[in-house]
Design a protein around this ligand. Sequence first.
Ligand SMILES: *Cc1c(COP(=O)(O)O)cnc(C)c1O
Length: 404
Amino acid sequence: MLDIQAIRNDFPILTQTVNGKPLVYFDNAATSQKPQVVIDAISNYYGTINANIHRGVHTLSQLATDAYEQSRQKIQTHLNAKHNYEVLFTAGTTHGINLVAHGFAAFVKAGDEVMVSAMEHHSNIVPWQMLCERTGAKLTVIPMNEKGELIIEEFEKLLTEKTKIVAVNHISNSLGTINPIEHIIKKAHEVGAAVLIDGAQAAPHLKIDVQALDCDFYTFSGHKTCGPTGSGVLYGKEEWLEKLPPYQGGGEMIKEVTFEKTTYAGLPHKFEAGTPHIEGGIVLGTAIDYLNSIGLDNIMAYENELLRYGNEKLQEIEGIRFIGTATKKTSVISFNVGEIHPYDIGAIVDKMGIAVRTGHHCTQPVMNFFNVPGTVRASFAFYNTKEEIDALVLAVLKAQRMLG
Ligand SMILES: *Cc1c(COP(=O)(O)O)cnc(C)c1O
């Protein structure tokens, strides 16, 4: 059992009042809050070892380099990657996907296919559309059912020798669906397709083992995982990272530069051009330590309890429609109430100190599928409580009375 009050004390922002009411933060799928150890680590970095990395012989540069590389190692262990150089630091999930989609032009020709799913975030759609535009490849889409689950028989029918890469999310940000990625990866590999997993919503909730999954790429964002904004990770299998051309050119990613020809540095530096987000990379390691100190299994179990409770309580609201009712899902509840616009509910509950997200959640195709303009999305983290869910229910009822 987790001591939720002790955990809440780790998050200074949670003691605030918003609009005169205690803050209830239910926008965790957009970004997580940061524990004091993470806030302190940011300050400690700038207060003690700030220097540019990899190039300096001076002490601070070596300390900063060591801290950066130790964090990479920590993340390697956390993801169970085979090599530390398979862990690339990025600015986040969007950056990781673009890095792969950009380089993948080298392996795709006109008539080939690139596969995504019906429930992707825009950042796992648009980079692949750009790849298709550049190469003449075709985008195919795994459909979903009314519960917001991928239709696996359809996926298997769509998959052919023409499919070069399959890019799907581990967990949907607007629906909370946990996708059967083990099966998707296995089937895709049978036709020789690579697989990229968008793990932005999985990394804060699940233990990820990239070798057991056997995925070719796995990417997530630091800021959704209790870490700093602008930090992130792209895991890539060595064989793919060796083959993939660099994304950006610049300092740090080269071996030798002349005006006639430049040779690239080895992994991971080939993909880390320029001065990186040094503090972000280091502190992402601190955030992962923090999550592990609580235990991802404990986090998942407690969040499941919040999900069950939230569903039960919200269900009592007349006219509520849940969007995304997959059998396997995380603690995301997307809903609408009657014909009330989600934005109006969001604005009223905010007046009561409750932060929910409203709109399309960067998944317009999902909203089109369910024929809604958007949803109200409450996404729970391990520092949320059942009392906060009760406050949300009361606030939504109030909004309904005012607007209905
Ligand atoms: C948030 C999110 C992204 C984009 O992440 P950024 O941190 O904005 O780069 C991509 N996919 C999913 C599923 C997300 O939830």
